[in-house]
Design a protein around this ligand. Structure first.
Ligand SMILES: *Cc1c(COP(=O)(O)O)cnc(C)c1O
Length: 382
């Protein structure tokens, strides 16, 4: 028997979306709760808890996320790009907005015009920023301590200190660095970077300092300094989830798409590209989201026919068959009939099908799965 879309007709389509779009539902209450968990974790240290909103707030929509954080007293935001800062500034005239990856050759005017504060990571950038400002130029100095991405080198630091003319022209808001391995609690890199950062900090006794991302916050008070920069923790992933086998934070994102068709197939028949052969008689559901929406192809392994477990009406069902651009097929054979209704929203990741499990299967991280959710998915908020 094939169930069909007729069953959908009783549901009126929402004006906001067609009813068949994948949905990313963002639980703003959980987001705020995570912010408070992180803020409380650094309270003893007297550290300020900022929020990292880059990449459209890790795919969750920067407007609503920023609003919720602002209402909770989070007044300092970090973004990666100047363009992200400009959009945020339009909403929050009074926020302190730091830009992590400015490109000073091109960005100086926009930074000034929108009162965005660049995190400077080389001497050329410092000179360009000073030249672009008539008065002391507000800035963060981002120092390299071992991740070897953006950051002022030890030589740059010596140069800045040996002749202080540049430093005198900056209004230093913060010195910062970034940890490479904070998600690995036992990594020796953490302690090494901490020591390197403390040595740098000694040269700037009157400037607030910042080292920790989400994972760094959980490494302990030594890592907190004056301001912390959590991103992923706000969005519900505990970076020590795998090591601790549990989360200290609440899931925020639910990524789901509707069940569009159900079919009964016989053992030996096949599903999807590459014709994955069925080992038994099976009930197969077709879900309207695919890799174009951010469902990674790696969530189904053709070699052993293993698939990520999605959730339909509280029942688990594995992806079975290759992930297509706009569709996936799932195995509903063991899901009771009453739980497999056309139009049901099937959770790809969320409270039941954990993003951590999906990430482990796809050989990636929660960060990548969140930020891969495409623009085609409707963002909803509760
Ligand atoms: C992205 C980023 C963060 C936030 O990291 P999470 O691991 O998401 O908490 C903090 N600092 C810098 C420099 C970053 O690039």
């Amino acid at each position: 028997m094939i169930q069909s879309q007729k069953q959908l007709q009783s549901k009126s389509p929402s004006a906001e979306f067609s009813g068949t779009s994948p949905q990313l539902t963002v639980d703003l209450g959980a987001l705020v709760s995570n912010f408070n968990t992180l803020r409380n974790a650094v309270q003893q240290s007297g550290s300020i808890c900022a929020g990292v909103l880059k990449a459209n707030s890790y795919g969750m929509g920067y407007e609503r996320v920023a609003e919720a954080l602002w209402a909770e007293g989070c007044k300092t935001f970090f973004v990666a790009l100047v363009g992200e800062g400009v959009k945020l500034r339009a909403l929050f005239p009074k926020a302190t907005i730091y830009v992590l990856s400015p490109y000073l050759n091109l960005d100086a005017d926009l930074l000034r015009e929108h009162r965005l504060i660049p995190c400077l990571y080389d001497i050329d950038g410092i000179d360009l920023w000073i030249a672009a400002n008539n008065t002391a130029a507000p800035a963060v100095l981002h120092f390299e301590t071992g991740i070897n991405r953006l950051g002022l080198s030890t030589q740059d630091l010596e140069q800045l200190l040996s002749n202080r003319s540049r430093l005198n022209k900056l209004e230093l808001k913060l010195i910062m660095s970034h940890l490479s391995s904070a998600d690995e609690q036992q990594s020796e890199h953490n302690q090494q970077q901490l020591e390197a950062f403390k040595r740098i900090r000694n040269e700037f006794p009157n400037t607030p300092a910042s080292l920790a991302n989400t994972a760094g916050i959980f490494l302990g008070t030594e890592y907190h300094f004056d301001l912390v920069r959590p991103g992923i923790g706000l969005y519900g992933h505990d970076p020590h989830y795998y090591e601790n086998q549990g989360s200290r934070l609440k899931p925020v994102a639910t990524f789901a798409a509707p069940l569009a068709q159900i079919k009964e197939l016989k053992a030996g028949e096949a599903v999807g590209y590459g014709a994955t052969k069925l080992d038994r008689d099976s009930t197969i559901g077709v879900i309207l989201c695919g890799y174009a929406d951010g469902v990674m192809r790696a969530l189904f392994k053709p070699v052993n026919k293993e698939g990520h477990q999605v959730t339909i009406n509280s029942y688990k069902a594995p992806i079975l068959g290759r992930v297509s651009m706009d569709m996936i097929t799932i195995d509903l054979t063991t899901v009771p009939k009453e739980a497999r209704t056309i139009g049901s929203m099937v959770e790809i990741f969320g409270n039941h099908s954990l993003v951590e499990n999906a990430a482990a299967m796809a050989g990636t991280s929660a960060y990548e799965l969140f930020t891969r959710v495409s623009g085609r998915a409707v963002r909803k908020y509760d």
